[in-house]
Design a protein around this ligand. Structure first.
Ligand code: IMP
Ligand code: MG
Length: 181
């Protein structure tokens, strides 16, 4: 038993469910981008684990890049301030770009990232998110690939953190409320 497991009130998505869904998305991307070489941009740090598994399920050539933004700090609710901490290295002008993000809550981060990358004139821009909290959106958000829709509970694991911890849990769980309230 993982020692971090006792900080969870429940396991929401186990390893098997995550891996199965990630593989399906990877296969869908591979078939939709056949004959292309998309640039896959992982959003650090939360999207790193998802990105690592996803790209290994994609059976066509891809290029990888990363963008780091600040979102939550140490709290569990959005600060509303999005800042770029590490820019992309690739020249994405004229390229087919796929953003890989861990979770969409208010939608603010994803909108900011989309607007930012669109300024670099990609040929196309799609978004792939592992988790979506549809009841938490504060704006119109749409994505092209979604792993799972979840409720408004605060979740950790598989890249997602609370105060930088739990990212290395291989599954996704609901963090006990007494640990942050
Ligand atoms: P948004 O800008 O409100 O959509 O928030 C997106 C970012 O907030 C994600 O990339 C996560 O870093 C963080 N976040 C939102 N909900 C959760 C959660 O339940 N667990 C961990 N991080 C979360
Ligand atoms: Mg994040």
């Amino acid at each position: 038993m993982n020692s971090m497991n006792c900080d969870l009130s429940a396991v929401l998505l186990d390893e098997y469910r995550i891996q199965t869904r990630v593989r399906e998305i990877g296969m869908q991307i591979a078939s939709e981008y056949k004959d292309k070489v998309p640039v896959i941009i992982g959003i650090l740090k939360g999207g790193a684990i998802f990105m690592a598994d996803l790209v290994r399920s994609i059976t066509i050539p891809v290029e990888l890049d990363f963008l780091a933004i600040s979102s939550y700090g140490n709290a569990t609710s959005s600060s509303g301030v999005v800042k770029i901490r590490k820019d992309i290295d690739a020249d994405i002008s004229g390229r087919d770009v796929i953003i890989v993000e861990d979770i969409v809550d208010s939608g603010l981060s994803l909108q900011y990232i989309r607007d930012y990358l669109l300024k670099h004139s990609p040929a196309s821009l799609k978004t792939c998110v592992l988790l979506d909290k549809p009841n938490a959106h504060k704006m119109e958000v749409s994505f092209d690939y979604v792993g799972f829709e979840i409720g408004n509970e605060f979740v950790v694991g598989y890249g997602l953190d609370y105060d930088e911890r739990y990212r290395n849990l291989p599954y996704i769980g609901i963090l006990k409320e007494e640990l942050y309230s």
